[in-house]
Design a protein around this ligand. Structure first.
Ligand code: ZN
Length: 255
């Protein structure tokens, strides 16, 4: 199918790759999203990364988590633009209000500092304490554990030299400094009652949730394209998302 574009997204923290190429998102990817968990996320990314055989040097699970956050932010921007809009329920007066911000600004603010990375992705805090940054492989290994156990296991996996019990705080602090995640608490002030509240924003689940919520639109688009052109479901699901939307937009005014 035509209309397919490759998106190159640079990686700053992942050893062995300067970036990854993604193919266009299509309906089959959107339809395959069942939840916003790590398995679905890696699966989606692996699928978007499977283009030419030699284009990507790494697989999706090998991408450092903090890099993957930025990758998902760039993917979001390519699909929706930089503006993030969400509606919140005020915890004090229970009125709905909007929280808007720019992902471009967020990315600028949470840029990892320019630190030289050794070729193998090892960071040394001091003599005898070294670590690597968590990747999707680590997250897949710890999924299903309680938050506390998962944190402990993750640290044990990433600590290359040192004592997990004694050095964990130091290592976690350094990791957060070198590779800030786009998973944060934001302050939102209700315009009705001026109550200030913290809101959790997680880039990866935000994007997957948004895509999942669009399923009724996707089904409507498949339906109208199928009714008009009589293409098979597979052909329609393989259309790049933007092209599918363009076809659907031509059909809808007529009905
Ligand atoms: Zn309020």
């Amino acid at each position: 199918m035509n209309g397919s574009q490759q998106l190159f997204i640079p990686l700053q923290l992942t050893p062995g790759a300067e970036g990854v190429y993604l193919r266009s998102l299509c309906g089959a990817d959107e339809l395959a999203l069942e939840n916003t968990g790590i398995i679905n996320l890696i699966h989606l990314l692996e699928s978007l990364m499977s283009i030419g055989t030699s284009d990507n040097k790494i697989n999706a699970a090998q991408i450092v988590t903090a890099d993957r956050d930025r990758l998902m932010a760039m993917l979001y921007i390519s699909l929706y633009g930089s503006k993030v809009e969400s509606t919140l329920n005020c915890r004090s007066c229970n009125q709905k209000f909007d929280l808007d911000f720019s992902l471009d600004e967020l990315l600028k603010h949470y840029q990892p500092p320019p630190v030289p990375v050794f070729d193998n992705g090892t960071y040394e805090i001091e003599s005898g304490i070294s670590f690597r940054l968590p990747t999707g492989e680590d997250e897949l290994q710890i999924s299903g554990y309680t938050t506390e156990d998962a944190e402990k296991l993750l640290l044990e996996r990433c600590l290359l030299e040192g004592n997990p019990a004694a050095d964990s705080a130091k290592v976690q602090l350094k990791m957060a400094e070198l590779a800030p995640l786009l998973n944060m608490e934001m302050e939102a002030v209700c315009p009705e009652c001026s109550h200030s509240q913290n809101v959790q924003f997680d880039m990866q689940s935000f994007l997957l949730t948004k895509l999942k919520q669009e399923r009724p639109v996707l089904i409507r688009e498949i339906h109208s394209i199928a009714s008009q052109y009589h293409w098979s479901q597979k052909e329609i699901l393989d259309l790049p998302r933007s092209l599918r939307k363009q076809y659907a937009a031509l059909i809808q005014p007529e009905n």
